[in-house]
Design a protein around this ligand. Sequence first.
Ligand code: URA
Length: 227
Amino acid sequence: MLSDLPDDAAAELPPLVAEELPRERAVAALALLNEGHVRGCTRCELHAGRTQTVFGVGDSRAELVFVGEGPGADEDRTGEPFVGRAGQLLTKMIAAMTLTRERVYIANVVKCRPPGNRTPTEPEMTSCAPFLFRQLAILRPKVIVTLGAPAAHTLLATTTPIGRLRGQFYDFPPPPLASLGLPGCRLMPTFHPAYLLRAPQEKAKTWDDLKQVMGALDLRLPTAGAE
Ligand code: URA
């Protein structure tokens, strides 16, 4: 389990940011992490098959961060997370919440495309997670939404199936990750949009989860007939 392992994969990484940074410094800290550490990363075998790393996009002061699993073919080609079919559905989910991709932040657990779009392995996620932890320490969102099992399992340090995890808020970080010094927030696990494309009957549950997130962020649906 990720939580059993020391953060030694992060040995040569900068320490986690310990305070909220003004926007320009947060942008610079994210760029430094990306350009100085992620872009040339060879920590695991996934680097061998990538076209480029996929770091994350969005507002460095976003209250809401989405975390997926890892880049697919479209993301590997473009360098941006969630731009393929699953990404188009995620963009619609974000719009349904009255937000835009520019107002949230979108990242993945692993920054390189797993071959054939397979699920990243536990060691791959463990070696890449220190990058995500550092992104989250810079971003300091109010709410994290994890998309699918790998992201929920990584950030909640659990192996409970996603169908049982989803639908309720958890405190982040969970006790097994408490010693890392991550800023606290609420975390909502929900289904991955790629799964929703295969199982559209689960979309209503995901919308219920996202409405809970909207409530936590004081976001309201436009009332019918309002200008
Ligand atoms: N699936 C993910 O989990 N992340 C992406 O960026 C694209 C598809």
